[in-house]
Design a protein around this ligand. Structure first.
Ligand code: TXE
Length: 492
């Protein structure tokens, strides 16, 4: 069993209480690593270190250009270590090596991009309306950012927070998910190698229920950047409100993939499959509802089922595997529960519909790629996030009706539409209540483009120029150039 330590103030340390917990390999269904189980005192130490680093000459005192150079050096190191880190991710969370490799090769781009942006954060000179006054703005970092990240794409989703937070000059305490802490701890070494001063990035491992609240409510934490489930996100938001902290929340969804009658069917079938079975459906942007025009519904479902049947399940470390295990045991149980809920609601199971018992799945937590037809908008399977390879198919007659169904959930993270009509595509871009809309494609994201949710899918944006604003605060500076103080009893 590999044994890990966590990173506080530039030191690799055990938890203060000496406790550890096991991290499981979801394919083997057994523990493979021991990770420190932090308590509140570890959080306090990490926050104190981050606060000290924020003020230190070696971080707070360096130029934005030097900060950017550190981020770019880190990007080079990640690129060199991409393959090794991808293997660690796959062991720890069971996602396909092909997907994790692609993510790890792409992650450096966020650090190059935000590294480049670090010294282009500029204030403004305001043409102020008061004689003799100069007024300008400064864009300043917030202080200590708590980054709380989930298990589904551990390093990618952490990168979306760390790159802009650091570029803006903040320091970070990062709490990875208890289900996928190992890759974070391996990643942490690269910050040291790149030359980040001690305390700029701290990694505290442990359970959300044990240290989450301390981290969120800590008086010296200035901001929370969170990705996870909407219930946890809501309680993080409530706790943050008590101490008036800004939050960025990315909370998943129930995204619709709309297939119009004029769609190129082959592409649309592949797009719907990639929306729900890629990453075993464990992505916030999973296209978990397929809305199909009634005139093509039956043919579409036949083709979808035929393609879904060909999915190769098994060892996620093999390049040939297409559907891997569910990352966590509780998530495995949750997905199977939803399959039963859908059956109980009267949805028609067209494919899969239970645990996978294929020999190549071994003792892993596998669920068969599952398709339910005959789903209606009010069913729980059409409203609630499953976070697994379970697709709900709904039929529609008019495209306007499809937009209404798509919008009729509490979520609004993403949506897709498959059509050859430019008018329909534009209408979709306007009508769909989602932070991302894809036309004739699905699951595309980039460091250049803002990502985030409408409605219950979240607050704030990650990636792109917008993201850096989430980690800055604007200060207005007034300077009198006349040298005489006017009537002190009247506001100037
Ligand atoms: O996530 P949690 P879970 C959804 C998905 C899944 C459900 C539950 O539907 O089935 O969430 O997954 C930390 N204070 N998504 O339970 O609990 C926790 O330690 C502070 C969507 O694994 O949200 C982890 O680091 N932090 C999603 C992080 O929150 C707390 C990705 C996320 O865990 C905390 C994953 C607390 N009280 C799941 N409790 C997406 N948007 O992509 C837990 N945490």
């Amino acid at each position: 069993m590999n044994r890990y330590q966590m990173l506080i103030d530039g030191e690799w340390v055990d938890a203060a209480g000496g406790e550890t917990f096991q991290s499981d390999n979801p394919f083997l269904g057994e523990a493979w690593a021991l990770v420190p189980r932090a308590n509140a005192s570890d959080v306090d130490r990490a926050v104190a270190a981050a606060r000290k680093a924020f003020r230190s000459p070696s971080w707070g005192g360096i130029s934005a250009t030097a900060r950017g150079a550190l981020l770019r050096r880190l990007a080079d190191l990640i690129a060199a270590e991409a393959e090794r880190l991808a293997v660690v991710e796959t062991r720890d969370n069971g996602k396909l090596i092909t997907e994790m490799r692609a993510q790890l090769r792409y992650i450096p781009q966020w650090f190059y991009y935000f590294g480049g942006l670090a010294d282009k954060i500029e204030g403004r000179v305001i043409p102020i309306d008061k004689p003799g006054m100069v007024n300008f703005t400064r864009e300043e970092p917030l202080g200590v950012v708590a980054a709380i990240t989930p298990w589904n794409s551990p390093l990618m989703l952490a990168t979306w927070k760390l790159a802009p937070a650091l570029a803006a000059g903040n320091t970070v305490v990062w709490k990875p998910s208890e289900f996928s802490s190992v890759s974070a701890l391996e990643f942490g070494r690269l910050f040291e190698m790149a030359g980040f001063p001690p305390g700029v990035v701290n990694i505290v491992t442990g359970f959300g229920s044990e240290i989450g609240e301390r981290l969120v409510t800590h008086p010296q934490v200035a901001k929370i950047a969170f990705t996870g489930g909407d219930r946890t996100g809501q309680s993080v938001y409530e706790l943050a409100a008590k101490s008036i902290k800004p939050v960025t929340l990315e909370l998943g969804g129930k995204s619709a993939n709309i297939v119009c009658k004029d769609a190129i069917l082959d592409n649309a079938v592949k797009g719907v499959v990639s929306g729900i079975f890629a990453a075993t459906g464990q992505t916030c942007i999973a296209g978990s509802r397929a809305l199909i025009h009634r005139s093509i519904h039956d043919e579409f479902v036949d083709r979808l089922v035929a393609l879904g049947k060909t999915a190769r399940m098994g060892d996620p470390l093999l390049d040939s595997t297409q559907v891997g295990p569910i990352t966590t045991r509780p998530q495995y149980d949750k997905v199977l529960d939803y399959i039963e809920i859908a059956k109980g609601e009267g949805a028609e199971c067209m494919l899969g519909g239970g645990a996978a018992t294929r020999p190549e799945c071994g003792a892993g937590w596998f669920v068969e790629p599952t398709v339910f037809a005959g789903v209606t908008p009010s069913m729980r399977i059409a409203q609630e996030e499953v976070f697994g390879p379970v697709l709900s198919v709904l039929a529609f007659d008019e495209v306007e009706e499809a937009f209404d169904i798509a919008n009729d959930t509490q979520y609004g993270l993403a949506a897709g539409i498959w059509t050859q009509d430019i008018g329909t595509a534009f209408a979709a871009s306007r009508r769909l209540e989602a932070g991302t809309v894809w036309v004739n494609t699905y699951r595309a994201t980039s460091y250049l483009s803002p990502f985030g949710g409408y409605k219950r899918s979240g607050i704030g944006r990650e990636s792109g120029l917008t993201a850096i604003r989430e980690y800055l605060q604007e200060k207005s500076v007034w300077i009198d150039t006349i040298g005489e103080v006017a009537n002190p009893f009247v506001q100037r």
